[in-house]
Design a protein around this ligand. Structure first.
Ligand code: HEC
Ligand code: HEC
Ligand code: HEC
Ligand code: HEC
Ligand code: HEC
Ligand code: HEC
Ligand code: HEC
Length: 336
């Protein structure tokens, strides 16, 4: 009797104190969304898909739609729903009053909510790193670069939920390669080249820059650019958003190819130990036990190993010669 009377009271008090604790909303981050809200949001989004979907582009619901623009900007429920933001109503980011009518109100784009509005805590930590990165520090790029330059909010899924390293690598590298592997995209962001009148800085070829990395293409499928281009992270901490320049980037093979691989706190940080092993690390094997000259066609390593073999041979030879000389001397001494 006593218990059943107090339970709701306790709940109310607890709820109130929790609400109080949550009050400093400045430092808060997006809270999980409950199932009922998710369903309501998805129902509401159907109104947008009437035009913003591949099906609508094929069969427009009305005649006055700018189809060329719609083609570029269709959002698919099958991709949006499982994404990080798939739990939301489109209008939480796209101002409600601007998109209920078509043609949409002019102010639409400028009223898209910035990340900070809902991710205050994480933004607070990430922004100084972002500001220190090569892109932001490089004059002229700061204005062009924003959070959604790399983050496709309609598509991306956080690493913790993706889990599979291959998918994480594909998603995160896509964000970088979209520019670094495309002349048109790179030129849109590149600063002017002082040496070329009116010209933009040329895009360095990604595979050529990383020529020192054996089978660079295999690495692009197995590790992320940010693995080498962001500073060290402590276990359990978020990866830094400070993209490092070429002088500071990681070049040591053993940073990854060792039992103590840095990938454990990066790409593999959400995998348990057994899973980490399954995905190939400790891959030091490649560099120690099972390295076969020529098999991986890496001149630097090959030369190193050929060098080691030669040195060993020389050592054996030298040893042999010394022993022969010593034996001759002994024989001579005995003959005396
Ligand atoms: C009747 C068709 C139609 C509906 C319904 C519709 N849109 Fe659009 N929307 C378009 C077309 C066509 C464009 C591209 C051309 C333009 O901006 O006029 C567009 C452009 C946009 C843009 C880009 C705006 C910009 O300034 O570049 C956003 C954002 C957008 N819509 C969001 C929404 C949201 C959110 C909903 C649902 C609440 C919605 N739309 C419903 C047809 C529609
Ligand atoms: C978490 C916030 C967020 C949610 C939720 C969201 N959007 Fe967006 N959307 C953005 C941002 C930010 C941009 C601007 C992207 C850019 O400028 O590169 C954008 C751009 C757009 C555009 C312009 C074309 C493009 O792809 O850049 C359309 C159309 C659009 N959104 C429609 C939708 C629809 C439809 C939904 C719901 C199914 C939706 N958005 C949900 C943040 C959001
Ligand atoms: C209007 C609010 C809103 C805006 C604006 C917004 N988000 Fe989110 N974001 C959310 C919600 C809600 C979730 C889902 C939380 C959950 O399911 O637990 C989320 C989840 C995420 C996640 C997944 C994990 C996490 O940290 O919770 C990332 C990453 C993310 N958002 C990045 C961004 C980026 C980058 C921008 C700006 C381009 C942005 N968001 C803008 C509301 C927002
Ligand atoms: C140069 C590309 C780039 C830019 C610009 C960028 N991000 Fe990211 N962001 C990434 C990548 C790649 C990841 C995945 C790294 C990881 O797994 O932690 C990420 C991860 C995140 C996460 C998830 C972190 C976690 O583990 O919970 C958040 C939140 C986020 N970014 C927010 C932002 C905000 C806010 C901005 C703007 C101030 C921003 N990002 C700008 C590339 C970028
Ligand atoms: C929107 C286009 C765009 C995206 C996305 C992008 N970059 Fe860049 N990045 C550039 C441009 C343009 C430059 C050239 C700046 C210069 O030459 O002054 C650059 C410069 C760099 C540099 C500096 C090289 C040096 O001079 O030392 C590095 C490193 C780099 N980017 C890595 C990355 C990584 C890693 C990612 C993904 C997390 C990424 N970039 C995403 C456009 C982009
Ligand atoms: C294994 C570590 C590693 C990975 C993975 C990696 N990089 Fe690098 N990157 C480096 C190092 C080290 C340099 C400096 C090379 C030099 O100076 O010879 C560099 C140089 C660069 C430069 C400088 C170009 C120039 O000369 O101006 C850019 C841009 C760049 N990387 C982008 C990327 C992108 C994009 C990815 C992902 C596809 C990536 N990197 C993946 C280590 C890495
Ligand atoms: C950022 C982490 C990282 C760094 C730094 C790195 N690697 Fe790798 N490397 C990997 C991963 C992950 C794989 C894929 C492992 C697998 O498939 O099991 C790989 C694969 C390889 C392979 C096999 C490629 C193939 O053909 O399949 C060789 C050889 C290799 N690395 C050598 C090197 C050498 C030499 C260096 C230094 C110059 C280096 N790696 C630096 C992470 C790294």
């Amino acid at each position: 009797m006593f218990h059943s009377f107090n339970k709701p009271l306790v709940a109310v008090l607890l709820g109130a104190s929790l609400a109080l604790l949550r009050l400093p909303a400045v430092a808060a981050d997006a809270a999980p969304v409950d199932q009922a809200t998710i369903e309501a949001n998805r129902k509401a989004n159907a109104a947008c898909y009437e035009c913003h979907s591949a099906a609508a582009v094929k069969k427009p619901p009305r005649a006055d739609l700018d189809l060329s623009k719609l083609k570029e900007s269709h959002i698919e429920p099958a991709i949006f729903n499982p994404s990080d933001h798939g739990v939301m109503d489109c209008r939480q980011c796209h101002a409600k009053n601007h998109y209920t009518e078509y043609p949409h109100a002019e102010a639409g784009k400028t009223t898209t909510s910035p990340c900070t509005e809902c991710h205050a805590a994480k933004s607070l930590r990430l922004e100084p790193q972002f500001n220190a990165s090569v892109h932001a520090k490089n004059s002229g790029l700061k204005e062009k670069f924003s959070c959604n330059t790399c983050h496709n909010v309609h598509v991306n899924v956080i690493q913790k939920r993706l889990k599979d390293p291959e998918k994480i690598v594909a998603q995160d590298n896509h964000g970088c390669l979209e520019c670094h592997n495309s002349e048109t995209m790179f030129a849109r962001f590149a600063p002017d080249d002082e040496k070329l009148a009116g010209g933009k800085k040329k895009r360095p070829d990604i595979d050529t820059i990383h020529g020192w990395l054996p089978n660079a293409k295999a690495h692009w499928n197995a590790v992320r650019c940010i693995e080498c281009h962001t500073p060290e992270v402590a276990e359990g901490k978020m990866l830094s958003h400070e993209i490092l320049n070429k002088e500071k980037a990681e070049k040591k093979c053993l940073a990854c190819h060792s039992a103590n691989s840095s990938l454990k706190t990066r790409l593999y940080r959400h995998l348990v130990k057994g899973e980490q092993q399954k995905y190939g690390f400790t891959n030091s094997v490649i560099l120690s036990n099972s390295y076969v000259i020529g098999a991986t066609r890496h001149p630097l390593l090959d030369n190193l190993i050929i060098g080691l073999v030669l040195a060993t041979l020389l050592g054996v030879l030298a040893h042999g010669v010394l022993r022969a000389l010593a034996a001759m001397k002994r024989n001579k001494d005995q003959a005396k």
